[in-house]
Design a protein around this ligand. Structure first.
Ligand code: NAD
Length: 361
């Protein structure tokens, strides 16, 4: 795969790409800064055994663009960025590798903040934090704001309510059947919120212990095989496991009216968002409904302290944000992911306009 770097930057509106190499530790990483109109870029650091430099570069670009939209629509004052480290997270990690990364992040002097993502952990950034002031989501013992699964699950719960309001005319979930795919950190908390409202719950997982932990506590939860989750008779499907699960094969099986869950990149391709729209299935765009964790780290940076109640209050706004998206989708007859993108772009453009007025620093 040959990549024309400036062409990709132009096509994706990428402001800056930084290639970082450190001989002593073998660090090879790429930081993509997509857009800083509304504030410094924010986005996690992924470590992955990429097959090629081109694949790593394109992943950094694609993910940084996604962060711009996610940060904007969630109402944070951050732009989008992302780091990728080329390497196997099981074999290639060391204290010094992350310290080397920290120094490169520091060189950007606050234009970009990073933290954990696929393949990296809080401990990795404890190392990096010895070299950089621009890190987020450290473990609580190191001043971080703690488990992001808690606000993420709360945001998903509020998003499910907004979707129920839009699809069924009422946001009460009592008596509705919700099929949850994956009961890991986020999925389990989502189920607990839903049970408090007397929703009927169906779950699946590929890890038996996760199912047992849940059903021991809540015997009323029904368990089905992972492959059977798509064809359950239910009102709401809540994906909390994997990406790309909304594809040609699965969409034809779905019997739900609403899809609202935490998993990242649920649509295999954008056209699947169009297909759901045509089929009258209301899809809560993943990057909006799962933004509770982002809201927490953005709050940690903006407010310079950790306040759980404030984070949960901000996360509650996902309800109204999604209602706006659903209304725009209906009004313009466009898929919900497109409506979400429009709102994100509009906010960036409007903030750019207000920043044109001179204010003395
Ligand atoms: P997790 O790893 O704790 O949970 C995922 C669960 O899905 C696990 O229990 C796993 O066994 C299960 N699973 C994997 N493959 C499956 C399959 N084929 N069928 C059914 N279950 C399967 O992760 P998490 O933190 O709960 O995150 C869940 C999803 O939400 C992920 O896509 C993640 O990227 C996304 N997300 C998480 C956060 C967060 O704050 N944790 C924030 C935004 C988005």
């Amino acid at each position: 795969m040959k990549v024309d770097i400036f062409k990709e930057m132009e096509d994706h509106d990428v402001e800056q790409i930084v290639f970082n190499y450190d001989k002593a530790t073998g660090l090879k990483s790429i930081i993509a800064i997509n857009d800083t109109t509304i504030g410094p870029a924010l986005g996690g650091c992924r470590m992955w055994d990429y097959e090629s430099e081109e694949e790593a570069l394109m992943d950094a670009i694609r993910l940084s663009v996604g962060m711009t939209y996610k940060c904007s629509v969630a109402g944070t004052n951050f732009g989008g960025g992302k780091t990728v480290i080329m390497g196997d997270p099981k074999k290639d990690k060391s204290e010094t590798l992350f310290r080397a990364l920290g120094r490169f992040v520091q060189m950007l002097n606050g234009r970009y903040y990073t933290g954990t993502d696929v393949g990296t952990t809080g401990q990795d950034f404890v190392y990096a934090s010895q070299e950089s002031d621009y890190l987020v989501g450290l473990p609580e013992a190191y001043g971080g704001s703690g488990d992001t699964a808690i606000p993420t699950a709360y945001g998903v719960y509020m998003g499910i309510k907004a979707a129920a309001k839009s699809a069924f005319g009422d946001d009460t979930l009592k008596g509705l059947t919700v099929a949850v795919q994956g009961v890991g950190k986020v999925g389990t908390f989502v189920v607990e919120h839903l049970l408090k409202e007397d929703a009927k719950i169906i779950v699946c997982d590929v890890v038996e212990e996760n199912l047992v932990a849940l059903t021991d506590k809540y015997p009323q939860v029904k368990v089905v095989d992972p492959e059977a989750i798509y064809e359950q008779e239910c009102d709401i499907f809540t994906p909390c496991a994997l990406g790309a699960i909304l594809n040609d094969e699965t969409i034809s099986k779905l019997k739900c009216k609403v899809i609202a869950g935490s998993a990242n990149n649920q649509l295999a391709e954008p056209r699947h968002g169009k297909l759901l729209h045509e089929k009258g299935i209301l899809y809560a765009p993943d990057f909006v409904i799962n933004s509770g964790g982002l809201i927490q780290v953005a709050d940690e940076l903006e407010m310079q302290d950790n306040n759980h109640d404030r984070v949960m209050a901000k996360t509650r706004t996902i309800y109204d944000i999604l209602l706006n998206i659903f209304n725009l989708s209906k009004e313009k007859d466009i898929p919900t992911y497109e409506a979400a993108n429009r709102l994100a772009e509009e906010r960036i453009e409007t903030i750019a306009q207000i920043k044109r007025k001179y204010v003395r620093d």
